[in-house]
Design a protein around this ligand. Structure first.
Ligand code: ATP
Ligand code: MG
Length: 575
């Protein structure tokens, strides 16, 4: 990378104002520091400084992929519909997939992810077990027509991802490479200076069961995680909810229909009956694609986790007004007693030992007390249905869980044979027999990581880059005018630094000192060298490390070595 440039020649349009929609620090600061500009919702240009940061993140990712034997290639963004039909995802991916038709009427999409393309490539060219295992990655643009693009680079529609795919003969070989990728992902987070946690996660649209997300901890994060000192951590989308619920009665009692006027909410019901919310039973009604009623029951003080529910029974839709009438149930008073014969009743495990449910009577303003499993209704299955939360027990060690918010910066998946079977991708094993590949896939949000770093590293003045990815390492700011001796000395120092391999910006603009300082902190140059008039007369310059208190006066002759030292020490912290 070029290691010297002048601020006067640099396209870095810094701003005081921010777009009204920029709620988060990373969005505001990327905009104000002149690193990104919006072209449409969730679609951005990277200006030179932003692009430098992006490139440095990519370089770190490339180094870590090289370490684990993952080779770089480049796949097309435009993908034929046929491949997506083969994998079965064309019909299920939904409106996030941007589809279009070419002039010949052929269907295409903009790649939101690349399992189909890579599988079609490998099935054509890799024939023998001798060529396995094989791991490949690309750094490329992805397009997902997100329903709510927001927070700048954190949730774009067009964004940059590193995605890797691996092919194996056996589950063991897949596991081995999955572990290497996960290790590399941890290293990438560390080199970006991110405070992060690997967490158990849901595999979403990609498929497969074994998966880990890497979460950069940040209050602005859209994800919630539960974690424990023992090392356990999980996205609350999937984390097992372990908690104690005291049953109303462990033995059957008489069932009573009780009048409970105006108690369509759990809190109103609990108040009316003078019981704890946890003692009541909350219901959620849905219907399967075949039109069968599904009722989920959880303790009154907990929420049904929709991802767990879907993972358990497959897709279902919440009921529309007319469905309630059709199935003969009443919103706010839903219960398991007397429902249509085919109804699927699924209950949270914590309700299994309670023989006296307080639950809706499927009649406005009425509930049952003492409704008993096996006598008054049947439960098809008991399962972990609620969302884990702070205070629950750790599923691994039993200690009390805490929660945090996080930004998902990357995720690794074991796909197994999900794509090799649906797309018929095979190789010949040692016995000459056709076998489907075991596959893994591994994604890092490059542009999202960039924003996550800023979310974790900023103050009221601007960005505080870790040395590993700062757009440049050092800025030299002369306060004298061009032509003055002090200006010349400052430029000499800047050039000396650059010659020694340190990325140096020389702020030669004829701006006021205040403007130069504000821009330096806003952009977040890590090391800032200021040569003022007084310093020049005393033979010293001021050196500051962004994000730390205090400045040091350094004799002009020592500035270059002092700064080089600072830069190298900081680099080592992120290595
Ligand atoms: P999310 O749950 O946040 O929508 P995802 O789980 O759908 O993300 P993956 O399919 O796992 O995303 O993609 C791999 C990585 O790509 C994510 O870990 C994330 O860093 C990045 N990524 C995904 N969607 C976006 C987006 N809309 N904008 C920016 N980066 C994204
Ligand atoms: Mg993900």
């Amino acid at each position: 990378m070029k290691s010297f440039f002048k601020m006067s020649e640099t396209y870095a349009p810094t701003l005081k104002e921010v777009p009204a929609e920029a709620e988060l620090a990373s969005h505001r600061l990327l905009y104000r520091s002149g690193m990104i500009r919006k072209s449409a919702a969730g679609i951005y240009s990277f200006l030179p400084l932003g692009f430098r940061v992006l490139s440095k993140i990519e370089d770190i990712v490339r180094e870590e992929m090289a370490e684990i034997g993952c080779q770089e290639l480049l796949l097309p963004v435009v993908q034929p519909a046929e491949l997506w039909k083969e994998s079965g995802r064309w019909d299920v991916y939904g409106p996030e997939l941007a589809r279009f038709t070419d002039r010949h009427g052929r269907g295409f999409c903009l790649g939101p992810t690349h399992e189909e393309i890579i599988t079609s490539l490998i099935r054509a060219d890799v024939r023998s077990y001798r060529e396995l295992p094989l791991s490949l990655f690309q750094i490329n643009m992805k397009f997902r027509d997100e329903i709510r693009p927001r927070f700048g680079l954190l949730r774009g529609r067009e964004f940059i991802m590193k995605d890797a795919y691996s092919f194996h003969e056996t589950q063991e070989s897949l596991q081995e490479h999955y572990d290497l990728q996960a290790m590399a992902y941890g290293r990438i987070c560390e080199r970006l200076g991110l405070v992060y946690r690997p967490v158990e996660a849901d595999s979403g649209q990609i498929g497969g069961k074994v998966t880990t997300e890497f979460m950069a901890l940040a209050d602005a994060g859209e994800a919630e995680l539960v974690y424990c000192d023992c090392g356990y951590a999980a996205n609350t989308e999937v984390g097992e909810a372990v908690f104690e619920r005291i049953p109303v009665s462990a033995k059957p009692v008489e069932i009573k229909k009780i009048s409970t006027p105006g108690t369509s909410t759990i809190s109103a019901l609990a108040k009316f009956l003078d019981v704890e919310e946890s003692q009541t039973v909350k219901a959620l009604a849905g219907k399967t694609p075949e039109g069968i009623l599904v009722l989920f029951f959880v303790p009154g003080n907990r929420d049904l986790n929709m991802i767990k529910a879907t993972n358990l029974i497959g897709d279902f839709a919440l009921l529309e007004e007319e469905d309630f009438v059709k199935f003969g149930i009443v919103k706010g008073f839903i219960g398991p007693v007397g429902v249509p014969a085919k109804t699927r009743i699924i209950a949270d495990g914590s309700l299994e030992n309670d023989r006296a449910w307080i639950v809706g009577a499927n009649e406005k303003d009425f509930h049952f007390a003492g409704a008993s499993i096996g006598r008054d209704f049947n439960v098809e299955m008991f399962a972990d249905l609620t969302t884990a939360r702070a205070g629950d027990s750790c599923p691994q060690c039993g200690a009390v869980l805490d929660t945090a918010r996080g930004i998902e910066v990357s995720q690794v998946f074991q796909l197994g044979k999900r794509y090799s079977e649906s797309m018929n991708a095979t190789y010949l094993d040692a016995n000459g027999k056709e076998q489907n590949f075991f596959m893994g896939c591994y994604g890092v949000g490059i542009s999202r990581s960039l924003a996550a770093v800023i979310e974790q590293n900023n103050d009221e003045h601007g960005i505080i880059w870790p040395m590993s990815i700062a757009p440049m390492e050092v800025v030299v700011v002369p306060l004298a005018k061009e032509g003055d001796d002090a200006f010349r000395v400052a430029e000499d120092i800047a050039r000396e630094l650059a010659d020694s391999g340190i990325e140096t910006v020389f702020d030669d603009r004829s701006e006021r000192a205040g403007v130069k300082f504000a821009d330096a902190d806003l952009i977040g140059w890590p090391v800032q060298v200021v040569l003022g008039k007084k310093g020049y007369e005393n033979g010293t310059a001021e050196v500051k490390l962004r994000g730390t208190e205090g400045k040091v006066e350094v004799p002009l002759n020592d500035v270059a070595s002092h700064v080089a030292n600072l830069v190298n020490t900081e680099k080592l912290r992120f290595n």
